[in-house]
Design a protein around this ligand. Structure first.
Ligand code: PRP
Ligand code: URA
Length: 208
């Protein structure tokens, strides 16, 4: 399954500010949200529409509508919630679930602590959100949980992906399309993306 890296001058510009260690919490949050809206726009390029008849002030016409209920947005806690706002601005009636995972700092493997998904995932398109795809362990485990709940059509949206994370996610879930705004160089020896942006959760929530 392919990886879509969004390439656009506006995205490069916003990523520059996002990555900068001098950028504070408020601006960081706003940028994560904006970049997430761009990712949503791209991920919904193949969205199915239904034809409806409306009346403009001038005339009747046939037009198109998205069945917003068909979408389930699933942020991975914590940092994925920072992306949610950017998606629900665009698809406000999507269903929302939460997947609680954190990385064990020594093994870098995900530890599960919460899971709540909308009903009937088998009939929805499920979009998983996490700003960082590092080793890929968290994304792969989140998607495994979603498939156990019946999800069939799944996309993964992130701000920055490491080649190691892309490889792992493609090996474990080859059917899941990955959307990102940048593919970075590598992981360092403690599993952080380089050049990256540091710890996404801490920067979104100001916890360090
Ligand atoms: C970060 C990030 C991802 C994960 C990525 O979360 O938001 O969920 O690490 O790493 P991986 O691809 O190697 O699994 P973290 O575990 O730091 O939890 P937090 O969001 O609660 O800070
Ligand atoms: N999680 C983060 O928040 N940042 C990284 O670089 C890797 C994992």
């Amino acid at each position: 399954m392919e990886v879509i890296e969004l390439k656009h001058p506006l995205i490069l510009h916003k990523l520059t500010i996002l990555r900068d260690k001098k950028t504070g919490t408020k601006e960081f949050r706003e940028l994560v949200s904006e970049l997430s809206s761009f990712l949503c726009y791209e991920a919904l390029k193949d969205a199915e529409l239904k034809e409806v008849e409306i009346e403009t002030p001038m005339t009747k016409m046939k037009s198109y509508k998205l069945d917003e209920d068909k979408y389930a947005f699933m942020p991975i806690l914590r940092a994925g919630t920072g992306m949610l706002d950017g998606l629900i601005k665009i698809v406000p009636n999507a269903k929302i679930g939460h997947i609680g995972l954190y990385r064990n700092e020594e093994t870098l493997e995900p530890v599960r602590y919460f899971y709540k998904a909308p009903s009937h995932l088998e009939n929805r398109e499920t979009i998983v959100l996490d700003p960082m795809l590092a080793t890929g362990g968290s994304a792969a485990d989140a998607i495994t949980l979603l498939k156990q709940s019946g999800a069939k059509k799944i996309k993964f949206l992130c701000i920055i992906a490491a080649p190691e994370g892309i490889k792992r996610l493609q090996e474990v879930h080859p059917d899941v399309k990955i959307y990102c705004t940048a593919i970075d160089e590598k992981l360092n020896d403690i599993g952080y993306i380089v050049p990256g942006l540091g710890d996404a959760g801490d920067r979104i929530f100001g916890t360090k």
